[in-house]
Design a protein around this ligand. Structure first.
Ligand code: AMP
Length: 222
């Protein structure tokens, strides 16, 4: 399975990608996670990216394209992958198609997870991350907890700089302007499906898998 999970910040791409990755035993590749790790490690890339990310803007195309090129070529992506947060511009989508051509990949499908903007703003402002392992939780999941349920770190929950309300608004604007055209690009090629992102995590995941299997079956027949 080769999947591009697409949708607004906060729609649940990361959560769904993690579940799919475990169920299908294929790697979850999140450009946001890779960049956040680089920021944490204070690498050259991290130093360049930090300020841009904190403002809710996009890291330059050539940087993220370079990151994905390396990852897709690697052994771990041989049997499939889930891309989360890439491509975010049409330039990135075109570069990704070129990589697919070079790697002889023909079956990648974009899955658009949908949700309305009010729901997204609510979800993002209630989101907390673990400073140690990067796991994301909703405030009500960690109410009263002092330890991270994923890595057991003490008092590690924080509101990501880019989940603050003014930055959320900026990220949503960037999404509408720069990222939404990527959907048209895939729709025009008949390589996109869409799934409702409202519901429990399990419901959304069930629908997503059902739609993916249908799409894969249709592609195999036609
Ligand atoms: P995410 O966790 O996917 O919401 O990404 C967090 C931030 O990382 C974004 O707001 C961007 O600043 C940056 N980023 C992640 N993926 C990309 C991408 N494909 N292109 C440009 N910037 C990205």
């Amino acid at each position: 399975m080769r999947i591009i999970l697409f949708g607004s910040p906060g729609v649940g791409k990361g959560t769904q990608a993690k579940i799919l990755s475990e169920k299908q035993n294929i790697p979850h590749i999140s450009t946001g996670d890779i960049l956040r790790q680089a920021v944490k490690d204070k690498t050259e890339l991290g130093l360049k990216a930090a300020e841009i990310m904190n403002k809710g803007e996009l890291v330059p195309d050539d940087i993220v394209i370079g990151i994905i090129k390396e990852v897709l070529k690697s052994e771990k992506c041989k049997n499939g992958f889930i891309l989360d947060g890439f491509p975010r511009t049409v330039v990135q989508a075109i570069a990704l198609d070129k990589m697919f051509d070079e790697l002889n990949i023909k079956d990648a499908i974009l899955v658009h997870i949908t949700a309305d903007e009010n729901e997204i703003i609510k979800r993002l402002s209630l989101r907390r991350a673990c400073r140690v392992c990067g796991a994301i939780f909703s405030l009500n999941e960690i109410q009263g907890l002092t330890q991270c349920p994923k890595c057991n770190a003490e008092n590690s929950f924080y509101l990501r700089e880019d989940d603050k309300e003014e930055v959320i608004r900026k990220r949503l604007k960037v999404y509408q302007t720069n990222t939404m055209p990527v959907l048209d690009y895939y729709l025009s090629k008949g390589r996109a499906i869409s799934v409702n992102g409202i519901g429990t995590i399990e419901e959304v995941n069930e629908n997503l898998l059902k739609l993916l299997n249908e799409k894969i079956t249709v592609n195999q027949i036609s």
